[in-house]
Design a protein around this ligand. Structure first.
Ligand code: 5U1
Length: 675
């Protein structure tokens, strides 16, 4: 074997340290320190050195996070200290009882100090370190004996292969949760659907399934994370005084600990913590199923001890379940504004994720086929966060004998026109256009909606009634409505009719972006409408723009460009636009050469987390066009933060500095009328 030159050895050591540091900043602190390109370049350098000098390669090298040869089976590991489970509290009174029991047992009259933190919904793991080096990782198993998943845990970048920092214990058994953040879970299921594979019901199953892979390369491909929440055994360090202190030590050794951990005094403060976190549950970038409260003082934990497999000193206050089973009563096909036909499952109402759910979208024909969902089936409904409820799984074992596969309709259920599905689209559409009553209704509802023409008092039911009664046939007819014509309609009193006519009149004063959005051109959402208005300034110029001219604009791709040109080449659409302008719909002219409209001049904005409607580049462009500086980090100079799903340390920092934070929806609303 080649002897490693001293210079190469030092270079290797330096690269290992740097890459471990980058990983720690990225995966543990959520605060990347270098761009991916720098990380990738240094990783390639490390791999090249290890290839030239295999003696440099150790199991702890950051190059070894990619998984190794598949195992034949998992070996069993006996935990040094049993892995406990937690007692559950389902109502506040259970917490009060818990607190009372502890005080009685401790003979204490003063308030108990508790450490509170979210209970992540993943798979429990135990990691053993000797002299700072990871020796093994094991599943919980039955609490006494788990399975050796060392090869898999090595691929998880938030798990240190070597402990960092000072005062490294001779022996350390760390307990925590391996979980899949929501973004990773959604991406995993999306790619399973795209490749015709099986989807996971929830992030917990996905995390547990990923850890149970005999091929660690599969585990390495899953974006798993680990959050440490306690210590089993330790040797060679001073005995910590508190749970909180112990977790802080874990953080200094390189583990991720929960950002929301708090130490509070008394059980009322625990209830308050639970209520605060319940409000934030849907915005967290991972699933949590409850809050864990632990007596903070470790000496008190010792005095309290255990009953069976659960400690007396901890309890989990559960949140409402995010999954429930219910029955499919019917499957209906709804026709949308653009003719898209969406299957919807009508469900026996079920309380899930904090709301009662009685409908769930089935998206399209492929989804029906993938799930093989039928009327009469029992299904698992999942509603996590603010996300619309999904049919996660059909419980085939409970399927009644007489169910029939669901056939996607060949004719529109509303107007009987034929249904067309283009080869490259998942969506099937009614070809009836504005002959289809459903499409007319949806187009008018969209036109009147708040972010479009904002016609107060023109609700969905009223639109449906007016179309069914042939009072209106298009959006242009709205501006001919009179109080006399409306008063005859069911349940519409004279006062409401007069208010509605006034609101319709009021809506005539709008902006070009809102008008464009209100027209309901396919794929033209609020952000694209704003981009079109900013770039072209005039409806006639947009109407005459060619696909090539549209493609010159950032964020307008070929599909949207084609929809826009198709829309403005259609004489029916042009006559509606004409009628609306003749009726008096108007907006302030936009002078594209006028550089003085810079309402955000001198302001510093930061975009963090995911964006669903606009792309980040598009948001940045529009903000810069309005005069803002768009920065990548939050500081005292930041004027405004826009935070989306998955926002982490930047959001926390903004909140701690008292900087205003808005959602993407609020940003779009602001951009429609920036002042
Ligand atoms: N956050 C947190 N989750 N969790 C799960 N803490 C915590 N503690 C646990 C479990 C099973 O057990 C303790 C008894 C160590």
């Amino acid at each position: 074997m080649d002897v490693v030159p001293q210079k190469t050895f030092l270079e290797h050591q330096h690269l290992v340290e740097k890459l471990n540091d980058y990983n720690h900043r990225y995966y543990v602190l959520d605060d990347p320190s270098v761009p991916d390109s720098v990380y990738d370049r240094q990783m390639l350098q490390l791999q090249a050195l290890e290839q030239d000098y295999p003696a440099l390669l150790t199991e702890e090298s950051p190059s070894q996070r990619v998984g190794g040869a598949p195992l034949a089976s998992f070996v069993q590991i006996k935990h040094k200290v049993p892995m406990l489970s937690l007692d559950n509290a389902f109502v506040d009174a259970d917490l009060a009882d818990f607190d009372r029991r502890l005080k009685d047992r401790l003979n204490a009259s003063e308030a108990i100090i508790y450490a509170c933190e979210p209970k992540l919904d993943g798979a429990a793991v135990s990691l053993l370190y000797r002299d700072g080096t990871l020796i093994y990782g094991a599943t919980r198993g039955d609490g006494s004996v788990g399975e050796d998943i060392t090869a898999n845990v090595r691929t998880i970048k938030s798990i240190p292969l070597k402990l960092r920092g000072q005062n490294i214990p001779a022996l350390l058994e760390v307990r925590g949760e391996i979980y899949l953040p929501t973004v990773g879970f959604d991406a995993l299921n999306a790619s399973a659907i795209a490749s015709g594979g099986k989807t996971f019901v929830n992030p917990r199953n996905a995390a547990a399934g990923s850890l149970r892979q005999l091929d660690s390369k599969i585990t390495a491909s899953r974006p798993l994370e680990m959050c440490a929440y306690s210590v089993g055994q330790y040797e060679g360090i001073d005995t910590p005084l508190t749970h909180h202190g112990m977790l802080n030590s874990l953080a200094t050794w390189g583990f991720k600990i929960n950002q929301h951990m708090e130490v509070v005094t008394g059980i009322t403060a625990c209830v308050d913590y639970y209520n605060r976190l319940a409000l934030r549950r849907s915005q967290l970038p991972y699933d949590i199923d409850g809050i864990v409260f632990k007596v903070n003082q470790l000496s008190l934990q010792k005095r309290l001890g255990f009953v069976a497999k659960a400690p007396r000193w901890a309890i989990a206050r559960k949140f409402p379940a995010q999954e429930e089973m219910t029955e499919v009563l019917d499957i209906e096909f709804q026709v949308g504004r653009t003719g898209a036909i969406t299957p919807v499952a009508r469900l026996r109402p079920v309380f899930v994720g904090g709301v009662t759910v009685s409908n769930a979208t089935l998206h399209n024909g492929d989804e029906i086929a993938r799930l093989d969902v039928r009327v009469g089936d029992s299904v698992i409904i999942r509603r996590a966060g603010d996300v619309i409820p999904q049919v996660a799984k059909v419980v085939i074992d409970r399927r009644p004998a007489d169910t029939e596969p669901v056939m996607f309709p060949e004719r529109c259920p509303i107007c009987q026109s034929s249904v067309l599905r283009l080869a490259d689209e998942a969506v099937a559409r009614c070809t009836g256009g504005l002959f289809c009553g459903a499409q007319i209704k949806e187009a008018i509802k969209h036109f009147a909606s708040r972010k479009a023409m904002d016609i107060d008092g023109l609700g969905d039911k009223l639109v449906e009634l007016m179309v069914d009664e042939s009072v209106i046939f298009s959006v242009a007819d709205l501006y001919d409505l009179t109080v006399e014509r409306l008063v005859g309609l069911e349940r519409l009193a004279e006062k409401s009719a007069a208010n509605l006519v006034a609101a319709i009149h009021e809506s005539k004063k709008t902006t070009l972006a809102k008008f464009l959005y209100a027209l309901g051109v396919r794929e033209v959402g609020e952000a694209t409408a704003q981009t079109l208005a900013n770039n072209f300034g005039h409806i006639d110029i947009i109407g005459r723009a060619s696909v090539d001219q549209l493609l010159e604009i950032d964020d307008i791709g070929p599909v949207v460009a084609k929809h826009i040109t198709d829309f403005f080449r259609n004489p029916d659409n042009l006559s509606i636009i004409d009628a609306l302008q003749t009726a008096g719909v108007n907006w302030p002219a936009i002078d594209l050469d006028d550089q003085s409209f810079k309402p955000l001049k001198g302001k510093v904005w930061v975009l963090t987390g995911g964006m669903q409607v606009m792309s980040r580049a598009e948001a940045k462009d529009v903000l810069q066009a309005l005069g803002a500086k768009v920065a990548s980090s939050v500081s005292t100079k930041t004027s405004q933060v826009v935070a989306g799903p998955g926002a982490g340390s930047k959001l926390t920092k903004a909140q701690s500095l008292g900087i205003p934070v808005m959602s993407e929806a609020q940003l779009i609303e602001f951009l429609m009328d920036p002042k």
